[in-house]
Design a protein around this ligand. Sequence first.
Ligand code: GDP
Ligand code: IMO
Ligand code: MG
Length: 426
Amino acid sequence: MANIVIIGTQWGDEGKGKIVDILAEDANCVVRFQGGNNAGHTIVINGKKIILHHIPSGILHEKIKCIIGNGVVIDPEILINKELKNLEKENFKVSQNNLKISKNAHVIMPYHKLIEEGRENCGKILKVGTTKRGIGPAYEDKISRRGIKVKDLIDEKSFSEKLDEILLEKNCLIKFYGFDTLNKNEILEKYLKYGEILKDFIDDTHKILINEEEKGSNIIFEGAQGTLLDIDHGTYPFVTSSNTVSGNVCAGAGFGIKKIDKIIGIVKAYTTRVGMGPFPTELKCKTGDYLRDKGGEYGSTTGRPRRCGWLDLVALKYSANLNNLTEIALTKLDVLDGLDTVKVCVGYKYKGEVFKYFDNDINFLNNIEPVYKEFKGWKNNYSNINNFEKLQKETKDYIKFIEEELNTPITLISTGPDRKSTIFKN
Ligand code: GDP
Ligand code: IMO
Ligand code: MG
């Protein structure tokens, strides 16, 4: 294998978890480099479904070292009481031998969640439809240098002093949004306990990656969210609060740029989006409902119904360029089975002119009309197919067109949630 980056190319939920889990078979190490528990990555093994939020999707393979990198924001309450407990319940072994957490990752604190809740409840034009997990406020504090790092949870003196200063400001905001103010000692006590539980996992993950690199390990870097949710390159302000593009791997994991061999973009065979913001190919009709029902398009984290629409090649070209994709994994192809026609957006009509470039300006995207190329649908049932030759000509035409338009080979095709439902094309 090699050092591989896995990136969501759309608005998230492309099926990154499934693909990382499959590729992890040949890896030594899987690293998350951004986002937090806004992510919900689903893996299905023999009908058993596991949803991961912070923990890399390599954890179901016993011998793999999983790393939560410095670029991730962590909610210890969810990590300990939900994710780790659930893995234990499902008999997956997690210890300091196979999970490491960067000492420099930032902590999502109770005030982050309240402030976000307050903002989302009051928001009108700036309501984003976030996951309400405190992600944005936690990244704000990181950038304004008022954040609590994971290492602070095991250093009572430093943690206590920081909290005194931080809470002066946060409690004003919390009051402003109509919530009861927070008590410092309660937070200190609770979060020091989390630190005690996590202390054996906390480490210098940059150093671990240097060692892995020296050993010649195969490392997978697992992105969360998707390119169109990137804080800089997405549909701002309807984005998440981190850089989701491949360029952030190095900063978010602490890894050298020249050491990356492949960048695989995960492309869902149609498009979905959760939360507010422009979505040029959205289908507010029966076909959209068909995709939602057949694709089980309900949030893995919040359970919200996902908005559904056709594949958007204008957006995907932008994504392929931004991420420097070397390969594509096409997921959820089976969901398109049974449609009379399958459409793909190849241009945006704006004020009478057709544009082939994705300008991330929301006023532009809200006012364009998609230009579609139509494909004849296919009636075969592709659910769980793992042989490319079993695909109908119409489906192969669809796949070839995507490859040609994006100038990137599709090397893997997914036809169902389970590991087994995968076509390795090349
Ligand atoms: P992620 O956030 O990118 O990891 O994706 P999610 O886990 O949030 O959403 C993808 C959903 O689609 C999950 O429920 C997966 O089990 C499911 N899934 C993944 N690949 C396929 C596929 O090829 N076909 C079908 N039908 N479902 C899939
Ligand atoms: P995975 O990793 C889909 C969306 C939210 C909202 C916006 C900002 O599973 O693909 P945030 O809570 O991040 O501040 O919300 O981003 N969002 C996601 N949508 N998949 C995700 O993660 C997402 N993480 C955040 O719905 O629109
Ligand atoms: Mg998801």
